[in-house]
Ligand binder design. Sequence first.
Ligand code: SAH
Length: 343
Amino acid sequence: MLKDIRSLSYDELSDEILSLGFPKFRVNQIFSWVHEKCVSSFDEMTNISKDMRVKLAEIFTFDNCKINTKLVSNIDDTVKYLFEFPDGEYVESVVMKYKYGYSICISTQVGCKMGCTFCASAIGGFVRQLSVGEMLTEVYTAQKDLNIKINHMVLMGTGEPLDNYDNVLKMLELITDEKGQNMSMRHISLSTCGVVPKIYDLADKKLGLTLSVSLHAPNNEIRSKSMPINHKYDIDELLKACRYYSDTTNRRISFEYAMIKGFNDSDECAFELAKKLKGILCHVNLIPVNNVRETEYIKSSVERQKKFIDILASRGVTATVRRTLGSDINASCGQLRASKKNK
Ligand code: SAH
């Protein structure tokens, strides 16, 4: 089987190229073609001889994707892609424009095992992991298509990044490599539903990225109703890991809280949440829930959101409502892939 060249770390690529008998400077050239100039074939490597390109193509391949669907928001220029892989699977990515530059939200798995009841990505279950190169190609393909430089990334698309831990870590190593995209770790957020052992592992790596934790409830009773992972690692175990993460890395944790009318948005919930988060270096991101499944989840009212924020603030916990981008193209919820699967 051919190896995906985009999935190799610099050191791995170096070993491979040197063992083929090529000189060291070729490693830098090839790495730069793959990760700086983001090519998707050997033919584009114009400073590499034809013979060498043929040789490389005998051993390596590119895990590329095709743009199946591209939706551009008329409101705010948000672009949503449905990428298609050769095995017929799809993933979604979203590019958003902010004052500070472009940010991409990428998927880390095809489908998801976690089964959160409010989430479109859980529809159809888990299909497979994304390779390192496939995650990178989401960024590289979007960047080339839009002719922009993307300098922020959030791992908040389909999939649980900590359930594809090794590939995600290697992808982070590559996208932050100064010989490639040189993205700053400080500009990367990883979102997890709470795979506790991996939060400890990640903390010990001290990478400097932002950890987002999908909390969505102040107690086990509510959390277990919507997030099956809570049966495995309950809220207290999760928050203990979060404390360890912020203590170890000195980084503020971002807690995601999808506000669902009558489910997790009461004053009592806000008081309980503030109590639970006491002493953790954190920020709460409230997300008005998107109704994406055949569930009866309804967004909390703006007044409710404000009251919730006020209660948290009165107890020393900062919270804001996440800005919605690309609302006309359903930019935030994995529905494009789900609709494709239902056809
Ligand atoms: N598996 C990871 C990352 C993917 S989801 C995680 O669970 O964090 C990205 C974020 O969107 C998570 O906070 C998730 O809980 C949230 N989310 C999923 N469906 C949503 C919906 N219908 N409305 C609002 N937020 C949702």
